[in-house]
Design a protein around this ligand. Sequence first.
Ligand SMILES: Cc1cc2nc3c(=O)[nH]c(=O)nc-3n(C[C@H](O)[C@H](O)[C@H](O)COP(=O)(O)O)c2cc1C
Length: 180
Amino acid sequence: MKVIGICGSPRKGNCEMLLRTALDAAKSAGAETDLVLLREMHIGYCDGCATCETGGEREGECHVADDMQPIYTKLERADAILLASPNYYSNVSGLMKSFMDRMLVFYSRRKEKLRGKRGGLIAVGGENGKPAIDAMKVLFSANDIVLVGTVDASASGADDVAKDAKALEEAAELGLKIIK
Ligand SMILES: Cc1cc2nc3c(=O)[nH]c(=O)nc-3n(C[C@H](O)[C@H](O)[C@H](O)COP(=O)(O)O)c2cc1C
């Protein structure tokens, strides 16, 4: 099993900690894991050209030449996908939103490339992560990714979630569940 984790926090904080916990659990159970920190990538906005939907020979491709291109390949090769985002104004972070918008290539011609993969969602908010989880669920359902579990944590300071044994345990459980 290959598991890819995509982290949408602009800081080394709670989402990354929970995502690493999930990936470590999957790895210790024999999975191959890969962590993508969106903050270290150059990922431009979807410019709405819709070429990926209607572009003839370019259908199913994105013309924006940036770090999203190798991520498309990694996602296609993965058996399971974990997404993590902070709750920002009752939504995902801008980094995660840019990533999600650029996933339109899969919704058009390449939807079948993600169909049936296993998916897990992690979100952290000062109050809760639910709105970010709900937003990311839309991406999964649009691409027929099977949601196997979510972790919704509450933390404010960058490493506050380290004191939340329940959230860490849930993240580890998610990492194991996603490879079953
Ligand atoms: C711009 C911004 C907007 C935020 N909006 C919300 C919000 O609407 N609801 C909430 O519960 N927390 C909100 N937060 C708090 C973060 O979700 C919280 O600090 C979380 O731990 C960040 O996760 P991270 O450490 O992985 O970056 C916001 C934080 C920032 C910086």
